[in-house]
Design a protein around this ligand. Structure first.
Ligand SMILES: Cc1cc2nc3c(=O)[nH]c(=O)nc-3n(C[C@H](O)[C@H](O)[C@H](O)COP(=O)(O)OP(=O)(O)OC[C@H]3O[C@@H](n4cnc5c(N)ncnc54)[C@H](O)[C@@H]3O)c2cc1C
Length: 431
């Protein structure tokens, strides 16, 4: 790559992929029958498979690409409570009890993931580092501080405001108008977590078939018949865990998720001095813009990983890299000469109500639509839907039964994306 902003050995693949070994799988014949078939080998699919395999169900997992090829090995590794709409918005739409339950479920997903990686003794750099959520305007700072001072009773989270005058204790920049620290938010090495999970799923007896897309699902008596590129299989229960990669296989779901590219870069190694100045507390960081930027230090604190949406339409990481770099330099001007070592992207799944969805349609289980926040929630809902497949009561969630909306004439091609981003950018600039 000759662009001066890239290092000579820069890669257009995730930084994380260079930190773990891509698992290799023996070619094995696809069994004729299984109890549970999972489509998609990310956090959702694997957490479900772990539940069903450990309960003794013959479980098979298919991925069209390598294991974890989707967002689960591409993300920023920031873990929050994942529910984007506020209590007021949710209460208006669904009533107070449901709003309470949904936000509670989000908190539970964060707590559960921490407990899960600890109890499984996973080597994945999980750390409760806290999030600095930066206000991009004075009005947003006021709104953030008001929100933490008036948290709904029973849903209080540990948070404190950091005014602009003290901001440099959190982040080496003056561009923001202060922010709020959510002390329970955490970071993880996403690909290592995925690999640790995969090992446990295999250890529990599940079979993984990679580079093996499922191309059709048909009803076959009381079972489902899945056609794959390597043969057919019949299964009693099927989970669709394809999130932003949901395609023509499941048209009903495709009409309900909006696949959007999220783009990210990793810088070349920085000196310890620079890292201490820019990220003194090692927080994960996001800002209040609707078209959000999110960033963090790599687990070894040598690089900054900076992500967000830079273009109206989907683009190439060769193009998005320099655009993200420009945004990063607006926040940290001293990184103007720092080059990019990795630039990549993945497809996240938004939904029309900005909530994730779990349930069953035509007998097929699904869990998806994390709106860019699926590390904790994808893992958690995967685990819950696995319990639902087992018929366990604890599989129930506050998201059960929520209508999974689509829009007239929407078939999976988000033609409205560019105008929506333009509108949100305009709104961000006014706020
Ligand atoms: C750049 C980026 C940064 C992100 N940062 C964060 C973050 O910091 N925090 C956070 O919480 N979330 C983040 N996310 C989102 C998060 O990574 C996802 O929500 C989460 O990984 C979704 O997991 P999943 O298992 O549902 O789907 P995925 O991991 O995307 O897996 C879906 C899989 O389905 C497979 N598939 C699709 N169709 C078929 C088929 N027909 N047959 C077989 N297999 C099929 C795909 O190949 C894919 O591997 C980010 C995402 C991106 C792209």
């Amino acid at each position: 790559m000759d662009d001066a902003l890239f290092t000579s050995d820069a890669k257009l693949t995730p930084y994380w992929w260079d930190t773990v070994q891509t698992p290799r799988f023996e070619e094995q014949p696809i069994p004729a029958v299984a109890d549970v078939a999972v489509i998609g080998s990310g956090y959702t699919g694997l957490n479900a498979a772990l539940q069903t395999a450990r309960a003794g169900r013959h479980t098979v997992v298919f991925d069209a690409e390598d294991a974890g090829f989707g967002c689960s090995t591409r993300n920023g590794g920031q873990i929050s409570t994942s529910i984007k709409p506020s209590y007021a918005t949710l209460a208006r739409r669904h009533g107070e009890a449901r709003a309470f339950g949904l936000l509670r479920e989000g908190q539970q997903s964060l707590a559960w993931l921490g407990e899960f990686v600890r109890s499984e003794d996973m080597d994945c750099d999980f750390a409760v580092v806290g999030r600095f959520h930066a206000a991009h305007s004075a009005a947003q700072y006021e709104a953030l501080t008001r929100a933490i001072a008036n948290q709904p009773k029973g849903l209080e989270v540990e948070a404190h405001a950091v005014p602009r005058a003290e901001q440099r204790s959190e982040l080496g920049t003056d561009v923001y108008h202060g922010g709020v620290v959510y002390r329970q938010h955490a970071s993880i090495q996403p690909a290592r977590y995925h690999q640790e999970l995969l090992q446990r799923v295999i250890g529990a007896g599940a079979q993984i078939f990679v580079r093996c897309p499922v191309t059709a699902i048909d009803k076959d008596g009381s079972l489902f018949r899945l056609t794959t590129s390597r043969g057919a299989i019949r299964a009693r229960d099927v989970l669709v865990a394809t999130n932003g990669y949901t395609g023509r296989l499941t048209p009903w779901l495709r009409r309900r998720v909006i696949s959007i590219g999220s783009y990210i870069i990793a810088t070349e190694p920085l000196s310890p001095d620079v890292m201490t100045r820019l990220m003194p507390r090692n927080r994960i960081v996001s800002d209040t813009r609707k078209v959000v930027y999110y960033y963090r230090a790599s687990p070894d604190r040598r690089r900054i990983l900076f992500g967000g949406r830079v273009s109206l339409n989907e683009t190439d990481p060769r193009v998005s890299g320099p655009m993200l770099h420009a945004e990063m330099v607006k926040i940290f001007p001293e990184l103007a000469q720092t080059r990019i070592s990795y630039s990549w992207h993945g497809l996240v799944a938004y939904t029309f109500d900005e909530l994730m969805h779990v349930g069953r349609h035509d007998g097929l289980y699904y869990a998806m639509g994390y709106c860019g926040a699926g590390v904790g929630m994808g893992s958690y809902l995967g685990m819950r839907v696995g319990q639902q497949i087992l018929g366990l009561k604890e599989g129930q969630t506050a998201l059960d039964g929520l209508s999974f909306q689509t829009r007239p004439f929407y078939t999976g091609n988000p033609w409205f994306l560019a105008p929506s981003i333009m509108y949100y950018r305009w709104r961000d600039n006014r706020a």
